[in-house]
Design a protein around this ligand. Sequence first.
Ligand SMILES: Nc1ncnc2c1ncn2[C@@H]1O[C@@H]2COP(=O)(O)O[C@H]2[C@H]1O
Length: 278
Amino acid sequence: MRLKLKKHLIVPIKYPTAKILHITDTHLFADEDGLLLGINTNASFDAVINEIKQHGEHFDLIVATGDFVQDSSQLAYLRFAKSIKQFSAPCVWLAGNHDNCDNMRFIFKQQNLPDNKVVLLGEKWLVIMLNSQVEGKTYGQLSSQELALLTNTLAMYPDRFAMVFLHHHPIMSQCHWLDNHCLINHTEFINLINQYPNIKGIGWGHIHQKSHHRLSHCQAFSTPSTCVQFKPLNHDFQVANDLPGWRIIDLQRAGEIETKVQHLENIIFHPDMSQSGY
Ligand SMILES: Nc1ncnc2c1ncn2[C@@H]1O[C@@H]2COP(=O)(O)O[C@H]2[C@H]1O
């Protein structure tokens, strides 16, 4: 399928290595006291932003992979946009299963967060943002249009390395309850990825925990939420006591990726470990 591609975002980089800040699953509320599994998600997101700013690291691009809000409200999207604009780097974004696409697009457009799904990052890298949301469903799926966006973009830029982002997990988390709402066409997606050696990384959110995998030519990883985390390798729903987190991704000129997850250090949030769902 040939698609007319939207204008790409061109982002120059400051140093030879391009640096991405990956933020995901903020689950914000309009109500400033809103809680998800015992955590005030607005406060934990603010704490994450403040701590990243205190580190003083330079980012060329911020990538936000969905589930911005928990209550569908425009005000919660506004909270996200205003906070993320404290950084000078542009923030590109895609939808998670919780997102209200009308409100998200309206506020992010109003707040000038770029709606580009393809970023030319420096001279060597491509960032491709895929929408895996299936309206009204917790699981994800990449439509034929999204898969065509991926392959058409790769065909346009055969000399660039690519980093691909989506919301849902294309590699099982081994948490049975979460794997019931994975990317359901994960086999098709990974088979496609395997055909393109210049794809060097895949990143996602959704599972509220960090993970790291090596495919034949590519690294694949999830990033923790900026609020509550889920216990890894647990069959049934279980909150984890891990602190809010984010990921830093360094894209090097020769196609290597170095990445690390960071968690809050200066402030502690206590989830309600007794809850069995939401
Ligand atoms: N106890 C549970 N069992 C199965 N799924 C759940 C449970 N509680 C919440 N969920 C869903 O699992 C999803 C995991 O990530 P989300 O934040 O997208 O949204 C969550 C809910 O829709």
